[in-house]
Design a protein. Structure first.
Length: 67
């Protein structure tokens, strides 16, 4: 007999996955609407709600904002 994982109840939601899907959708919409070929790193950070000013030296920019 094969091991079949139990199915979750249809109302169970993975909040992290839903947030990732939402952010991915925002990035796709912004990329489609952009006049340039690529989104700038600053624009991506803005869409992903990354805190802190951009660093030019490659240092860590800080933790993402939490809602």
């Amino acid at each position: 007999m094969s091991d079949v994982p139990a199915h979750r109840h249809p109302t169970v939601q993975d909040q992290v996955a839903l947030a990732e899907i939402d952010l991915t959708g925002e990035l796709m919409i912004a990329a489609a609407a952009a006049s340039e070929d690529r989104l700038s790193n600053d624009r991506i950070d803005e869409l992903l709600h990354v805190a802190g000013a951009p660093c030019r030296d490659g240092a860590d920019r800080g933790a993402p904002d939490t809602p």
